[in-house]
Design a binder for this molecule. Structure first.
Ligand SMILES: [Zn+2]
Length: 104
């Protein structure tokens, strides 16, 4: 069984899952905690009412198909419908749109 480890190495080399199998000679005894692979979309926004930055958080009630945007500073709230594809930023923009509508 001389070839088995070499075959394994080749297999890992040709595996393009980000090269995490092949640590280039370095061995870590423990895995680092999984980092966020990609920048997650923002879920906090500036409030259109009190202008506090990052004070608006979006929460989803996917079962109910409902999304709620709420400002932690002035307690303004906005409810919107959501689909499984709705992002927090969509809800926020809906809120801004509805604010503009209301200001007409
Ligand atoms: Zn606010």
């Amino acid at each position: 069984m001389v070839t088995s480890s070499a075959q394994l190495g080749l297999f890992y080399l040709s595996d393009d899952s980000g090269g995490r199998h092949l640590a280039m000679g370095k061995r870590k005894s423990s895995k680092p905690p999984p980092k966020k692979q990609r920048a997650k979309l923002d879920t906090t926004f500036s409030c259109p009412f009190c202008n506090s930055s990052k004070s608006v958080s979006i929460s989803f009630d996917r079962d109910m198909g409902r999304a709620t945007a709420k400002c932690s500073q002035c307690a303004q709230k906005y409810e919107s419908r959501c689909t499984p594809l709705t992002d927090a930023v969509d809800v926020y923009h809906d809120w801004l749109d509805s604010c503009e509508e209301a200001n007409k």
